[in-house]
Design a binder for this molecule. Sequence first.
Ligand SMILES: Nc1ncnc2c1ncn2[C@@H]1O[C@H](COP(=O)(O)OP(=O)(O)OP(=O)(O)O)[C@@H](O)[C@H]1O
Ligand SMILES: [Mg+2]
Length: 260
Amino acid sequence: MAPPLIEMQDISRTYVMGDNLVHALRGVDLTIETGSSVAIMGTSGSGKSTLMNIMGCLDQPTRGSYRINGKNVGVMSKSQLADIRGRMIGFVFQSFNLLSRTSALENVEMPLMYQGVSGGKRHERAMAALEAVGLKGREDHHPSQLSGGQQQRVAIARALVCEAPIIMADEPTGALDTKTSFEVMGILQGLVAQGKTLIIVTHEADIAGYASRVITLRDGLIIEDKAQAPVDAAKELARVTAEKEAADRALAARKGERAS
Ligand SMILES: Nc1ncnc2c1ncn2[C@@H]1O[C@H](COP(=O)(O)OP(=O)(O)OP(=O)(O)O)[C@@H](O)[C@H]1O
Ligand SMILES: [Mg+2]
């Protein structure tokens, strides 16, 4: 039998702050299978980002074991960790983390440059990733020339371009309005439908509703882990758009009555 995609056992992470120890994670056991969509919730300071950073091989636990695809992350060197990040994980952040002086296209090409992919292939794959998130025609725009939702879609394209099987997103809709959040979640759900594994940190119950599993942290421990039928973001977007159009039409009609 294939090992689970993600397998954490008794993961703890303690930060040393002068004379004090901060126990950000205090013994987390967590298994995530390929193709699932998992929302991680919990109040501020409960350990969500700490957990995500360890899962994403950006940080090492103080105690416990972590395996990706059966491979023990704890014994890996820095370059092995970088390699596994590059091949296995695409990251999406709350603040998009795009390079401001470069085009959407160049932002998406960046991870391929690190992997030594040739110029022609880079261009082709970055264009395809931008098209997949609905940004065809926007490739020459700089981040400041794009809306928040479009910037986040560039970030998703950048996370996709390496064809990593896991997408990790820390508050990906935190800086977006409700309608744009639906759009971004629709794209992320589409990736899950294609077989990717999505792990998303969020404060918002609405956003967690798009996942098929919700894990809640409190004080560095998992206090709840439940499966659910995910809400369909594309349907939700269609509903909100229709409601807005109806409201706009009603407003226009009232204006028309007053004018006549
Ligand atoms: N680099 C660090 N050094 C010291 N303490 C840290 C560090 N990073 C996080 N912590 C502490 O660890 C705990 C968990 O932090 P973490 O960032 O994981 O919380 P979070 O659930 O992501 O919160 P938020 O919702 O506010 O982003 C907090 O008490 C925080 O102060
Ligand atoms: Mg956080």
